[in-house]
Design a protein around this ligand. Structure first.
Ligand code: CO
Length: 302
């Protein structure tokens, strides 16, 4: 990694970390998730980065991929557990970080994810085996009396690529893949008091561009061309209902946007990220950092 790229990662990391901490302070009982999401993403932009993906604000048994719709009326309530997963990028170099905020009495659940992240980060260096990192995550969560979510993983990152190899599972699986110098990875333990498995729900709020393929409707064509600006990074349905999108020819109607998104997913132009829910509706906590693998690893989102 050259110095220019390193600098961009460090700047993206600093912004993502600051926004994460500010967002956690801003979140209050009674606050609409939509208001929080808009503030979080505005903070990323005003700090000089772009959101690497729509901020994920997943409550309670929803583990990930919930970002408010443009007309979302959900408010934070007492006893909620809110995961704030923020991504910021500079010129495509992504920092991905998450924190869990507790509005009830879930200290243990939050600590389980945080301890697991700390244990995992401690092991990061060139040559470290993914299997050992995963085991450290599982052990830390189980030792806290909770269950790791088996089908959510940390991941490698690259320029304009939010998920690439290696996958870093939250459970101890045999895995001899070894980290190498200069790799960028996100480690994100998820802990739950449920069964430790998440399932897709029918709700989809986040999409990304997958492949250029022919589509029939003009609305779908317009949306496909509008989202090219995200360079393959995930975007929200909500982002398509902005004034800027409307002025760029995206239909000014929720119904038409939804129909076009459905067509684009069916045609394989877009990839969809369904909201993920814990299988037994357990409460879920998450903690996440992005790290540059080196002899002296750099936790860019610290
Ligand atoms: Co991530």
């Amino acid at each position: 990694m050259n110095d220019e790229v390193l600098e961009k990662y460090i700047k993206a990391g600093k912004i993502a970390a600051e926004v994460r901490e500010q967002s956690a302070k801003l979140a209050k009982v009674g606050m609409p998730l939509l208001e929080l999401a808009e503030k979080v993403e505005a903070m990323v932009r005003s700090a000089g980065a772009e959101p690497a993906f729509p901020v994920n604000l997943s409550l309670n048994e929803f583990a990930a991929h919930y970002t408010p719709q443009h007309n979302d009326e959900t408010k934070i309530s007492g006893d909620d557990v809110l995961k704030i997963d923020v991504g910021a990028h500079i010129d495509g170099y992504i920092a991905d970080t998450a924190i869990t905020v507790d509005f009830g009495q879930h200290d243990g659940l939050l600590k389980a994810a945080k301890d697991a992240l700390a244990a995992a980060v401690d092991l990061v260096k060139p040559g470290a085996a993914i299997g050992d990192i995963s085991k450290a995550i599982e052990d830390a969560i189980r030792n806290s009396g909770f269950v790791p979510v088996e089908n959510l993983t940390g991941h490698g990152l690259d320029r304009y690529v939010e998920h690439k190899e290696p996958s870093i599972p939250n459970i101890a699986l045999r895995n001899d893949y070894r980290l190498s110098d200069g790799q960028v990875i996100a480690i994100e333990p998820f802990a739950t008091n449920g069964v430790g498995h998440v399932k897709d729900t029918p709700e989809v709020m986040i999409f990304s561009f997958s492949a250029d393929k022919p589509v029939r409707s003009m609305d779908a064509k317009r949306i496909a061309s509008y989202v090219a600006r995200y360079n393959g990074l995930p975007f929200a349905e909500r982002w398509l209902l902005s004034e800027e999108a409307r002025q760029s020819g995206v239909p000014d109607s929720l119904f038409r946007v939804r129909m076009a998104l459905r067509e684009l997913v069916q045609r394989g132009v877009l990839y969809s990220y369904p909201v993920l829910r814990e299988a037994k509706a357990g409460m879920v906590s998450q903690a996440e950092h992005t790290i540059i693998v080196r002899d002296e690893p750099i936790i860019i989102t610290k």
